[in-house]
Design a binder for this molecule. Structure first.
Ligand code: SF4
Length: 261
């Protein structure tokens, strides 16, 4: 299998798309809240003349919370700073906004992978804005098995240190990185094994390499554990001899290791 050059890498993730869709979702939510107040207003007035006012006030607070939350998310990611409730905002994005944005993206004809790239970029931005400091022995780098050259005879799933470092695939550079920073790197053959590794190793932060689908589901499943996602590159098609930019992983590491920022 020939490994093609890196300039065929996947397009860089676009956080702005997620922000834009988040804005539209927020407006739709506010619209639904308004309709939820306006439609039954006449009926409520029959029960008590003051009732539409009270219900309207409640709905105005809900709309204000939706607008304020969206604004705060945009500000947090734009400034890369933990302004307020960043952890709660990650929860909101992962559990509530992502399904709504995926639905909106489908209606607008935006591909799932484009939405997922954007979501992972937004998630990374929120994790980085928390300015976490994590000791090397509490960080786990999780890699997909397809990063290893398909015709390599060494089984790195048992331990990346077994790599002979011939340089024919990116496992070589990653083994060096693990050694340099004393970081635990595991290679998983699938999502189930990846979850099992996380449960066993109990890291405080995960740097995960995978495709758009696996990173999105991994980030969702791991919450509240912070995960920084890095996409693999697939010049030979999915799941075969994939590549990763080792410099991006080192950059993510340096953003969380003590005294490295
Ligand atoms: S770099 Fe390591 S894992 Fe990759 S082909 Fe060489 S020996 Fe095998």
């Amino acid at each position: 299998m020939t490994t093609k050059p890196r300039n065929q890498a996947t397009a860089p993730p676009r956080k702005r798309l997620f922000v834009a869709l988040m804005g539209v979702t927020c407006l739709l939510i506010v619209g639904v809240i308004y309709l939820g107040w306006w439609i039954p207003t006449k009926g409520l007035a029959n029960i008590h003349p003051a009732l539409p006012g009270y219900v309207g006030f409640t709905f105005a607070i809900l709309s204000g919370a939706a607008i304020f939350g969206t604004f705060l998310l945009i500000l947090t990611t734009a400034l890369s700073r933990d302004i307020f409730f960043t952890r709660f905002m990650r929860l909101t994005v992962i559990k509530f906004l992502l399904p709504a944005i995926e639905l909106l993206g489908r209606l607008l004809g935006i591909s799932k992978d484009t939405i997922r790239q954007s979501f992972v970029a937004m998630n990374n931005s929120l994790v980085v804005s928390q300015k976490l400091t994590v000791l090397p022995d509490r960080i786990l780098i999780l890699l997909p098995h397809c990063l290893q050259l398909a015709n390599c005879d060494i089984k790195v799933t048992g331990g990346i240190e077994k790599c002979a470092r011939c340089g024919r695939c990116d496992i070589s550079g990653l083994a060096e990185l693990a050694e340099k920073y004393c970081i635990d790197i595991s290679v998983a053959t699938g999502g189930t094994l990846a979850r099992k590794i996380i449960v066993e190793k109990r890291p405080k932060l995960v740097i995960a390499v995978a495709c758009e689908r696996d990173l999105t589901s991994g980030i969702k499943d791991c919450y509240p554990l912070p995960v920084i996602g890095i996409f693999n590159e697939r010049p030979n098609g999915p799941c075969v001899d994939t590549l990763v930019d080792v410099a991006k992983i080192e950059q993510a590491l340096l953003s969380v290791l003590p005294q490295q920022r």
